[in-house]
Design a binder for this molecule. Structure first.
Ligand code: ADP
Ligand code: MG
Length: 374
């Protein structure tokens, strides 16, 4: 792209990926989640280009494209929609956007459950807010980024990924109530354990369609539950007793989905308690329980993730593990004793290669700060 030849950025923004300790698929069910940003991130560099509405965007490893702000529309090129969706949402809130150039560089594995998608949306929105002094609050950036993913990408995601990318604080996880958007930072100290991510390197193509299907299945459950309990607005308002009272009116699959969400919400609260009391064994066993539900009840796991979680269970140095992210592959999160972390990675890599003929990617993450100006 020609603009790269005289690109002199005036603003650099870092936008991180995230992990979620527990609370999977609970966000769009108005429940609790426990995410934090990680050190892996997408870096955006911006300059104003003096045009009224002409913008140039280049992402390393992808390509570049130009867009006129007056003719924003969904693109056939998937990644461009993360950019276009955000521009479209900002244009609805402000008339201060003008021509800009932007380069994007990432060290965040994509499609691996670490939410490179939210990092893309939030980094761009955060940067444009700074560059053009749009006066958008952090929470507005979170919400508009989520809407961009709904309208331009087509994933009916909850609020967690964007919230975690923007709002995280180093050394903490966020207990977020996705119904009220009330949140609390919970400092975490897991010494002498480490958070080791194992990337299965598989991203099954089911991810987007099945994600939206799960959302519909939960809505179907709510509709059935409403018949006996008219006050129910979402699965957040439902307990096990209520669910069981409507079990016979529900297809078994819908019962399983609802049952997972209700348990998973409780697990978030239990894990917060365990972190506060530094009961790391409990943290670990909650991870294993969550994975069991992800795999057997919500059915968003896959052979590769199940294999790595089952392998972790055979290792004394691991307190707990589960697949993290929307599902069907991506990364597993493992709590591993620091003295045995290298050995665990080696053994897991060997076993995984033998089973699937894939070299997994392993890396340590730490709870890190949210989107920021460098
Ligand atoms: P995840 O959010 O778990 O990484 P998604 O499938 O939701 O997985 O989002 C991944 C998509 O986000 C990529 O396929 C690509 O379209 C877009 N994306 C992520 N990082 C970048 C990047 N650095 N440049 C351009 N597009 C990106
Ligand atoms: Mg995503």
């Amino acid at each position: 792209m020609q603009f790269l030849e005289n690109f002199t950025p005036e603003l650099t923004i870092s936008s991180p990926g995230r992990i979620n300790f527990i609370g999977e698929h609970t966000d769009y069910n108005m429940g609790y989640v426990l995410p934090t940003a990680i050190g892996n991130k997408i870096t955006f560099k911006f300059q104003k280009n003096a045009h009224e509405s002409h913008c140039n965007i280049y992402s390393l490893g992808y390509d570049g494209f130009s867009i006129d702000l007056n003719t924003i529309a969904v693109s056939d090129t998937e990644w461009q929609n993360y950019v276009l969706g955000v521009l479209n949402e900002i244009a609805k809130l402000s008339d201060k956007l003008k021509g800009f150039d932007c380069t994007i560089e990432s060290n965040l594995p994509l499609g691996s459950g670490l939410s490179s998608s939210a990092a893309m949306e939030c980094g761009l929105a955060y940067g444009l807010n700074e560059l053009f002094d749009l006066g958008l609050s952090k929470l507005t950036i979170v919400a508009l980024s989520q809407r961009a993913e709904h309208s331009y990408v087509g994933t009916q995601c909850g609020i967690m990924d964007q919230f975690a990318s923007v709002m995280s604080k180093e050394g903490n996880v966020i207990l977020l109530d996705c119904q009220s958007l009330e949140y609390q930072y919970i400092p975490i100290d897991i010494h002498p354990y480490k958070i080791i991510m194992l990337n299965t390197k598989v991203a099954h193509s089911l991810a987007t369609s099945e994600y939206n299907t799960r959302k519909q299945e939960c809505e179907e459950g709510v509709e059935i539950l409403k018949k006996k309990n008219p006050v129910v607005g979402s699965l957040r308002d439902v307990d096990k007793e209520m669910l069981d009272a409507s079990k016979n009116e529900m297809p078994p699959k819908i019962y399983k989905r609802c049952s997972f969400i209700i348990d998973e919400n409780q697990r978030v609260l239990d894990m917060v308690k365990a972190f506060k009391q530094k009961e790391l064994e409990t943290v670990g066993s909650l991870l294993y329980k969550a994975h069991h539900g992800i795999s057997q009840l919500y059915e968003v796991s896959c052979a590769e993730s199940d294999f790595l979680v089952d392998f972790a269970k055979t290792q004394a140095a691991v307190l707990g593990a589960r697949q993290t992210g929307g599902g069907f592959g991506g990364c597993t999160l493992n709590i591993v004793h620091e003295e045995h972390a290298e050995e665990f990675i080696q053994k897991a890599s060997d076993a995984y290669r033998k089973a699937f003929d894939i070299d997994l990617e392993a890396f340590e993450v730490q709870p890190s700060g949210g989107t920021s100006k460098q």
